[in-house]
Design a binder for this molecule. Structure first.
Ligand code: NAP
Length: 464
């Protein structure tokens, strides 16, 4: 429909293409969704974990069978390349299967009582209704990595996906419907965060809120949840550093810096943005990096041979361009890119060139604020120690990496880097679903998602 209550979802590779229409739901719709979730939770929590797991296996199989369509929709809706969209969709499948298995693993401990005749133990119980608020950059994987653990531990869900990618999210929910998930167990409401997101966060019958998105929104949500005593989990932005030590394998470091910083058009929370390079290898690293950046193919992510798609939206493009201007005005040197990309029909899309700055200092805005675009800032340092100090001089602490062959450097980095994910000779972006994921400092509410860590948020411990 093109009615007033619907919003068009636009293809960022071609602003003239409408991918679908998304309903602008209201607070009343949220009330209905929460009531349905509350009602459904009574029966859902009584199922065994194994029985709930069977539903997740079914959803996984249906999602896998719709891989092509869902991945293509994701590419059209937010611009990441089709191979990346397929990879993300298959990650969603794997997450569902992982948590299906969790339904048969332990949910408590036996603890010796001081009374020899007593049996004392803990058991995990669901929170109740969980509100899921997700961003547009991983429109399949993030909703699933929140919903799958919520469901397996006996919660029901009200989800508000980012409006930007709600068509893709709706296709995931369709898989759940087709799998026969009982009515009310998962409820999707669409619309603006300031309307339906806030309505979920403030609803007295929503027991927990799991959010991934920007810091500004996350802080609001955390404060609102705290004010009414709801459990909350926030995963937010990053300003992720890579350190290139003198002894690094420079080709590997270049590959990881480009992949970490520019893949998905830099729109990953774990994207590399600050590149600390030891002075004695700085020039060689820079030349190798620029040679590779020049080879990046830009265009519609549905086409073969395209490495980097557009920014997800016009506003995202404008944000990136304004940070590039800021970098120039602060005195950083633009080495490559810095402009909109308009070749090959690119003027109809929200494309920006991959961009590399040098002569950046760690106090510049482009080294402090999350840009969420394909922009790398090179910072020259004398020692690994100095790099670590500056890498830690940041509000965020999501992910970080170092390229080195020296075990001493590796150990200092593991011990001293303030980040929830640290990687060695590997790019900053790279998360495995079976391991805990989350940030330190302003990147997170200090909880962890994914793997077995998810049980901490999605359940409460009861001591018997
Ligand atoms: P965002 O603008 O904060 O939006 C995230 C979600 O919150 C959207 O669904 C949004 O709705 C909703 N929302 C907005 N205002 C709200 C409010 N007042 N109350 C409740 N909900 C509200 O973030 P984004 O631009 O989509 O995502 C990019 C950010 O996510 C980056 O900062 C990135 O680093 C972060 N991120 C973090 C991780 C991680 O795991 N740490 C992973 C991926 C992304 P609408 O936009 O639809 O209106």
């Amino acid at each position: 429909s093109t009615a007033n209550d619907a919003e068009a979802s636009i293809n960022p590779a071609n602003r003239n293409e409408v991918v679908g229409y998304i309903q602008r739901s209201t607070k009343e719709d949220v009330d209905k969704a929460v009531a349905a979730a509350r009602q459904a939770q009574k029966a859902w929590r009584k199922l065994s974990g194994a029985a709930r797991g069977e539903y997740l296996y079914k959803i996984a199989n249906i999602l896998e069978s719709r891989l092509e369509d869902i991945a293509a929709t994701m590419t059209k809706e937010m611009g990441k390349t089709l191979p990346e969209a397929k990879g993300e969709t298959m990650r969603g499948v794997a997450i569902l299967r992982y948590y299906a298995g969790e339904g048969m693993r332990k949910i408590g401990d036996v603890i010796p009582s001081t009374d020899n005749e007593a049996l004392m133990f803990t058991t995990r119980v669901p929170l109740g209704v969980v509100g899921v608020i997700s961003p547009w950059n991983f429109p399949v994987a993030i909703p699933i990595w929140k919903m799958a653990p919520a469901l397996i531990y006996g919660n029901t869900v009200v989800i508000k996906p980012a409006q930007e990618t709600a068509v893709t999210a709706a296709k995931v929910i369709e898989c759940m419907d087709e799998a026969g998930l009982p009515a009310g167990v998962v409820n999707m409401v669409t619309g603006r965060g300031s309307v339906v997101g806030e309505a979920i966060v403030n609803h007295p019958d929503v027991n927990g809120i799991t959010f991934t998105g920007s810091n500004a929104t996350g802080k609001r949500i955390g404060q609102a949840a705290l004010a009414r005593g709801a459990k909350y989990q926030l995963e937010m932005g990053g300003k992720n550093p890579v350190i290139i030590a003198s002894d690094a394998d420079l080709d590997l470091a270049v590959e990881g810096t480009i992949s970490g910083g520019l893949r998905s058009t830099g729109q990953k929370c774990t994207a590399t943005s600050r590149v600390f390079v030891q002075a004695d290898v700085y020039d060689v690293f820079k030349e190798k990096l620029l040679a590779k950046v020049q080879e990046i193919t830009i265009g519609n992510g549905l086409e073969d041979g395209i490495w980097m798609g557009p920014c997800a939206s016009e506003s995202q493009l404008n944000t990136v361009l304004s940070y590039i201007e800021k970098g120039k005005s602060e005195g950083a040197t633009l080495l490559y890119g810095g402009e909109r990309y308009t070749e090959n029909g690119g003027e109809d899309g929200f494309y920006v060139q991959p961009t590399v700055f040098e002569n950046v200092t760690n106090d510049m805005v482009i080294a402090r604020e999350e840009i969420f675009g394909p922009v790398l800032a090179l910072i020259k340092v004398d020692t690994v120690e100095e790099a670590l100090e500056q890498a830690n001089d940041a509000e965020f602490g999501l992910s970080a990496s170092i390229y080195t062959k020296d075990i001493g450097n590796m150990l200092s980095f593991i011990n001293e880097m303030d980040a929830g994910l640290v990687r060695i000779n590997a790019e900053t972006a790279g998360v495995e679903l079976q391991a805990p994921f989350g940030g330190m400092k302003q990147s997170s509410s200090h909880s962890r998602e994914q793997g077995q860590a998810a049980i901490e948020f999605f359940t409460a411990i009861k001591t018997v």
